[in-house]
Design a protein around this ligand. Structure first.
Ligand code: PTJ
Length: 248
């Protein structure tokens, strides 16, 4: 694979860097075959959203973090794309919240699980992170789902009350909501089924969201749940941002 040579002054630097991270992850066997297609769809929406965290996304991020902080059993799940783009940052957030992370992939194969664990364990060692990684040996099932995507860990996803599931699939999101959990999704597409099903949708790019959460944790932000938060209105505001970008 080619070296990453783009200069930070390149107007599409972040986009090129993310693609490079995904190429490396693909070569390690971490990604689903359709990972690049999913990423491309995300990039298209990010372009429409202006490739920055909107105020609306920051409000949703703060609310999500307040829910995670107040949770009895919070959990952060990581799939192939997320591990490649924001694995380190999400484990740092889990460490700050004192919760485990669970590898939770849609296209489950033991080879991919091992590749993702190896990637995350290397990051843990390099950065002195102690977060527990679950997901290798699932011992529970998400009710109402068929096949390997229902697999999860009792200690993690199954028993959680607040769950951060970036880039989630609509059916699983719905099943998690039906289990009574507060489900926080990160999805650049405000019209996806997962975005509509979630309790809180952060319409933003996963690596930006993870960095914003770390900045919030390190600052003295007001850690208060927004009891007036309505996800439908939040999604509508993101759609308005896309429309306003088009008109400007
Ligand atoms: O690792 P696995 O097996 O769990 O598979 C992961 C993918 C992402 C391939 C799988 O979950 C999938 O196929 O996802 P979808 O149904 O294509 O949905 C992906 C959603 O994530 C789309 O709505 C994209 O807009 C959005 N998305 C893609 N990249 C990003 C993103 N949202 C935030 N940040 C991104 N970087």
């Amino acid at each position: 694979m080619g070296e990453f040579t783009a200069d930070e002054s390149h107007p599409r630097y972040n986009s090129l860097l993310s693609r490079h991270k995904l190429e490396i992850a693909a070569s390690k066997g971490m990604l689903a075959d359709s990972a690049m297609i999913a990423h491309g769809r995300g990039e298209a929406f990010d372009y429409l959203l202006g490739e920055e965290s909107s105020n609306n996304a920051i409000i949703a991020t703060k609310n999500a973090l307040a829910h995670l902080n107040a949770a009895k059993r919070p959990i952060i799940t990581i799939n192939g794309n997320t591990a490649a783009l924001a694995g380190k940052e999400l484990m740092q957030i889990a460490e700050a919240l004192n919760c485990p992370i669970e590898i939770n992939i849609f296209y489950r194969t033991e080879k991919r699980i091992s590749a993702i664990i190896e990637h995350l364990e290397a990051i843990k060692t390099e950065h002195g992170i102690t977060t527990k990684i679950l997901g290798e040996k699932p011992d529970a099932k998400i009710p109402g789902l068929e096949g390997p995507r229902a697999n999860c860990c009792h200690e993690g996803i199954f028993s959680s009350d607040v769950i951060l599931v970036p880039l989630e699939d609509g059916d699983r999101c719905e099943a998690l909501v039906k289990m009574g959990k507060t489900v926080i999704v990160v999805d650049l597409n405000p019209m996806s089924r997962s975005a509509k099903m979630a309790s809180i949708t952060i319409v933003d790019e996963i690596s930006r969201v993870a960095k914003n959460m770390i900045d919030l944790i390190e600052s003295d932000y007001k850690n208060e749940i927004d009891i007036d938060f309505v996800n439908k209105k939040n999604l509508q505001k993101s759609i308005n941002i896309i429309a306003a970008n088009y008109m400007s």
